[in-house]
Design a protein around this ligand. Sequence first.
Ligand code: NAD
Length: 495
Amino acid sequence: MTKVMHFINGKLVDNSSNRVGKVFDPALGVDVREVALAEEADASAAIRSASEAFPSWRDTSLTKRQQIMFNFREILNAKKEELAAIVTEEHGKTLPDALGEVTRGLEVVEFATGMANLFKGSYSESVSTSIDVYSIKQPLGVVGIISPFNFPAMVPMWFFPIAIAAGNTVVLKPSEKNPSAAIWIAEKLKEAGLPDGVFNVLQGDKVAVDSLLKHPDVQAISFVGSTPIAQYVYESGTAHGKRVQALGGAKNHMLVLPDADLDLVADSAINAGFGSAGERCMAISVVVAVEPIADELVAKIASRMKDLKVGDGRRNCDMGPLITAEHRDKVSGYIDIAIADKATVVVDGRGIEVDGDSSGFWLGPTLIDNVSTSSKVYQDEIFGPVLSVVRVQSYQEGLKIINDGRYGNGTAIFTNDGGAARRFQNEVEVGMIGINVPIPVPVSYYSFGGFKSSLFGDTKAHGLQGVHFFTREKTVTSRWLDPSHGGINLGFPQN
Ligand code: NAD
């Protein structure tokens, strides 16, 4: 069985121990390769490689750094189907969905090719007599990126194009569940002309993460994953003096007002609830229906679900498997909880017929109505194809439910009333808002991130906040004397 290795200083490198993890093809339900699980010594080697590459990369001209990013953009664009196939094999999402993921990542690469403009400082002449003040942006040094299983290509690309174009060097620690996309990316960055050591991949689990969090040469950490780990990474990373942005889990609501177009809502709920088998941090997992439309809306969603084809993502299906058998069992356990909590299981995805191998990690789309906010089905991030409906009597009741939630990643309102939508965007305590758009993932030149338990740290991913995260600013106050020297003055200059 082949082993996915580290990529350090421009080369594939084996582990210092024989600790490995299994990598599954979730549609086949079998392990297809194994992955090295780093020890602290492997992490140190990756960090050393990035540290040694930093001085000359930092001093490489902006023009050259942009050109390499542009070369990478061209290679990625030409070969994106290859990367999508790797994502589908190790994650299970359908090929078109995997291609969509790669395309969203590509857009951040395109954003980073404009680093020369984003990197500009500012200049104020004559702030005092003969004195000018200006600011310059500089890279931080070695940055660590730790990514989750659900977007093995896109989430790393939220960060490394900006980090690298800004002059930093990177150690990426991908999810051990789907490690191959990161190696493909590393090889293509090298092909694009990136010097060895600027981008390194460290495979592994908690040992690798803890090594990055503790190592004194790592200046910053960008983390994406579940809330408990995000909180841990934030607390540990900042305690070790690092700049940290840690994006966590989510439970996203779609508030449906009675005047909404219910056919648009039903289509949107299906797309946002069951796309990527619900394994998206921006998935809609709760429809909050303002009466009297709930019966009609539930019927429209349920009738559309009959047509969804579940199966191997390489075939012509709408939805693939879940990531592991263990996760599938956990998600399907919520259907039992719903029944025990006296919710109404309108469509039960267990035992569904699939177009794929019977050993795959399958669970069909599931719709649960009359979910109580006190149920674990409502409260937990299920991260699977389970869509809940909570019925409310008013906009205010729906808004309160959303604002009382512990997460604040994404949300959407569906209405034809512009005033109601405007009020919602003002009052809802969530970081990314859709108005008649179910998955409001910001484009690359805006920033991605939520509130509350969905983001620890104050800086979001990509856009200007991404540039801010990967740079630090120096402010210079300078005086070039003209021949008329002003003499000694112990006070602050006043004019
Ligand atoms: P996860 O938290 O299990 O893993 C994320 C990363 O942390 C992986 O690289 C993993 O190896 C590492 N890790 C796991 N356990 C660890 C531990 N005990 N100590 C240190 N590191 C550890 O998350 P996942 O299951 O891979 O991904 C799904 C989660 O990610 C969901 O909660 C989802 O909402 C979240 N997510 C959030 C966003 C966002 O933008 N907010 C985006 C994508 C995914």
